[in-house]
Design a protein around this ligand. Structure first.
Ligand code: XMP
Length: 509
């Protein structure tokens, strides 16, 4: 196990994912974790992450004891600077800042740099730098503007690097991390999705015993994989409730139900609540209000299903598809966390007294997907793009009507179909159509039309926190646009959204 101390930003998640991809279990702890919390995980090595902060402006520091545990420590960027700051070196803010790719000259091709060339392309993002290295350390790499970009105390097995090995722009980044894990920390490969799936199923069996569990299926991959793990653990003591809000994508209820039934699922309750949601949403245009109404209606329907269809069972647990980043971010009460994403789990009334169980709570999204594949779920389900809880409601600007929903559902299905047929779908992190309820003029045959606009959104992202618009080939855009305008009645114009997040969000509401 490797402990990654999180000093803010998204660096720690990227590092933990890379470590896990190399086959070693990694856990993130907040930078202010106590020494006891760190020791409890029994780490073979500690990685100090980057951060948007500066040690010169009272940035966060770890417990000094991390340098006395006798385990190797790798400081990355801010982590590298804080090692200099805490262990007797010096950090200064240099006029010359480094952002982007740089050529690193490597002085010592051993330790973490074993197997690298004398010059390597690495990725920097910093203003401060260590101008004096601590006693006992020697310089192992540098650039023209950052001469102490790498230093090491080989005896104590402390390494500091100013660049980011966890980003793909650092060509040999994985090699550096792998050297640290296997040569320096002597870590064992103990993290494979097969092992993880077996372990989760065993743990669920022990935790749940003979009790019954209810799980809400949303159509998304997290709840689907969570439900499948539970099914493998407790069989028909699992009761799945799939609320059809009427805000789902075309064919979603059918395809999700089909995959669950194909796995042997018997207790699947699909509740058709489309009319109820639509009624409650009538006349509502404010995005926040829409989300609230949907959240409340969901709880109402879900609770109703427990009271009606499931009342003959004594249900003790509510299972949720919370994943690792949701948990780490919502737990980071640390004042240093610069981004906290609110997440959208079901909050049932306390009086229901259900215990919460979260089968995929330790996994990243791509790990959830790989576990899904291990469990035999269809690739098509496992690799679907993320879909928000409030569904198509956040993709129709303004009021939601039956008509608008059906136009959007058709346009979205065509967009997805074309992306899949061309092979572009798998290159994209998330894609969908949105309906802009402005009527614009067009011409069809001899007649003028006055219809809605559809906006297409396709983005590249790692976790949805920031995103770039995906560069879909023009010929494909043209094909999609013609197909939508040709086949979907009520649309006469298609736009492609070329805005990054930030400043735009991914969804429209
Ligand atoms: P935004 O629009 O905030 O979206 O840039 C970032 C990511 O989060 C998803 N999203 C949601 N997911 N419930 C969810 O489960 C929600 O209310 C919700 N809102 C946004 C969105 O699809 C994107 O992947």
């Amino acid at each position: 196990m490797i402990v990654v101390l999180n000093f803010g930003g998204q660096f720690a998640h990227l590092i933990a994912r890379r470590v896990r991809d190399l086959g070693v279990k990694a856990e993130i702890l907040q930078c202010d974790a106590t020494l006891a919390e760190i020791k409890a995980l029994n780490p073979v090595g500690i990685i100090l992450s980057g951060s948007p902060h500066s040690v010169l402006e009272k940035g966060p520091l770890p417990d000094k004891g991390v340098f006395m545990l006798g385990v190797p420590v790798l400081g990355i960027c801010y982590g590298h600077q804080l090692m200099a700051h805490m262990l007797g070196g010096r950090v200064q803010n240099k006029e010359e800042k480094e952002f982007g790719k740089e050529v690193l000259s490597i002085k010592s091709k051993t330790g973490i740099f074993k197997g690298l060339k004398s010059k390597e392309v690495v990725w920097f993002s910093h203003g401060d730098q260590a101008t004096k290295i601590p006693k006992g350390f020697s310089v192992i790499a540098g650039t023209s503007s950052c001469p102490n970009a790498g230093y090491a105390d080989v005896k104590r097995r402390f390494y500091g690097i100013q660049f980011h090995p966890e980003v793909t722009h650092t060509v040999q980044g994985n090699k550096v991390l792998s050297n640290f894990l296997f040569d320096i920390c002597k870590a064992k490969k103990n993290w494979s999705m097969k092992k993880v799936a077996t372990q989760i199923i065993d743990d669920l069996k022990t935790e749940i015993g003979n009790e019954h569990v209810v799980v809400g299926i949303s159509g998304g991959v997290d709840s689907l994989v969570a439900a499948t793990l539970l099914y493998k653990a407790i069989g028909n003591r699992l009761h799945a409730v799939f609320v059809d809000t009427g805000l789902l994508r075309k064919g979603e209820v059918e395809s999700v139900s089909k995959s669950l039934r194909a796995l042997g699922f018997k207790n699947l309750h699909v509740i058709d609540a489309g009319e109820l949601f639509l009624k409650k949403l009538t006349g509502i245009s404010d995005p926040e209000q829409k989300r609230k109404i949907i959240g409340h209606a969901f709880v109402e329907v879900f609770e109703g299903s427990l009271e009606k269809e499931l009342k003959k069972y004594k249900i003790s647990y509510l299972a949720q598809g919370t994943i690792y980043p949701d948990r780490i971010e919502s737990a980071s009460t640390s004042k240093h966390a610069s981004k906290i994403k609110s997440h959208h789990n079901l909050t049932l009334p306390e009086r229901m007294k259900l215990k919460i169980i979260e089968p995929v709570k330790d996994l990243y999204k791509d790990e959830v997907r790989r576990v899904g594949e291990e469990l035999g779920l269809p690739k098509e389900m496992v690799w679907r793009h993320p879909f928000p809880g409030p569904g198509l409601a956040v993709r129709i600007v303004g009021e939601i009507t039956k008509d608008r929903l059906s136009i959007l559902r058709e346009a979205d299905a065509i967009f997805t179909e074309e992306l899949k047929a061309s092979g572009e779908y798998t290159k994209i992190w998330q894609s969908f159509a949105a309906l802009l309820p402005l009527k614009v003029v067009g011409v069809m045959g001899d007649a003028r039309t006055y219809e809605y606009m559809i906006a297409l959104r396709a983005v590249d992202s790692v976790d949805g926190m920031s995103a770039d618009w995906h560069k879909i080939p023009h010929e494909l855009l043209e094909k999609i646009s013609s197909a939508i305008v040709g086949k979907v009645r009520g649309v006469n114009r298609v736009l492609y959204d070329i805005t990054q997040k930030p400043p735009a969000t991914i969804e429209y509401e």
